[in-house]
Design a protein around this ligand. Structure first.
Ligand SMILES: [Zn+2]
Length: 242
């Protein structure tokens, strides 16, 4: 019912989620800045947390988790700004394309695109699937999108946990939906998340995908968050994909 959401956007007074100014949706300045984020970040970049958790996959980011991009990701995920999906998908798309191109260059065929799991309670609370919506728009029917990963019950929200607590919280926490096992076996997978911080979600998801027989897993994220703790090295780009 995309048309319905589009009509609702037109009739409901809104503010721009990037800067808070009165606007039907995005103000031109924020839209321009977000789409320029990829350029500002230096192109599609491989990133990795330091230290990387065991099994952390090769990972490409569209931007840094800061400024307007961070505001928009939060507004889309935790607020009511479903209208941000199109813009975030436009940002994700070149990163997704680069990851698929890397897979294809290594001879992998029939890639699957898999959104990282959210806690079930978060999804139910929101009544929608924010990440899945962005991923489906970015894939645009070119590759199948399979929401095959779930968080085991009892997993806490990761926000506010440090690296060690996140790793403990997520140990064995990502599970494959039984009905999807046969669909993943033997396939290359592009795993997608909105933010990478400690890498715990992506490494746990990779473990689950590998366990279901995925032939290779690479990850793409909308944004990479720098560590706040002084004793942890920042999440650093390793170089530009050439
Ligand atoms: Zn704005």
């Amino acid at each position: 019912m995309e048309w319905l959401a589009a009509v609702a956007d037109l009739v409901v007074p809104r503010t721009c989620p990037g800067c808070g100014t009165s606007s039907a949706s995005w103000c031109a300045a924020c839209a321009g800045e977000l789409l320029g984020e990829l350029v500002a970040f230096g192109g599609v970049r491989p990133v990795a947390p330091s230290p990387s958790p065991p099994g952390f996959p090769p990972c490409f980011a569209a931007g840094a988790y800061a400024g307007r991009l961070a505001c928009v990701i939060r507004a889309h995920k935790d607020g009511d700004r479903a209208d941000a999906a199109g813009l975030l998908a436009a940002l994700l798309r070149p990163v997704l394309d680069a990851a698929v191109a890397q897979l294809v260059a290594t001879g992998a065929e029939d890639p699957l695109v898999v959104p990282a799991p959210s806690r079930g309670s978060s999804v139910r609370h929101r009544g929608r699937d924010p990440l899945g919506d962005v991923v489906r728009r970015a894939a645009a029917g070119r590759w199948p999108v399979l929401g095959c990963l779930a968080m085991r019950r009892g997993v806490r929200d990761q926000a506010g946990l440090d690296a060690r607590a996140r790793a403990a919280n997520l140990a064995g926490a990502v599970v494959m939906r039984p009905s999807a096992r046969g669909l993943v076996s033997g396939r290359p997978v592009v795993l997608v998340d909105d933010v990478v911080t400690t890498g715990a979600t992506l490494s746990g998801s990779t473990e689950a995908l590998r366990g279901a027989g995925a032939s290779v897993v690479v990850a793409v994220v909308l944004s990479a968050r720098r560590r706040r703790n002084a004793d942890e090295a920042p999440l650093s780009p390793r170089g530009v994909v050439g």
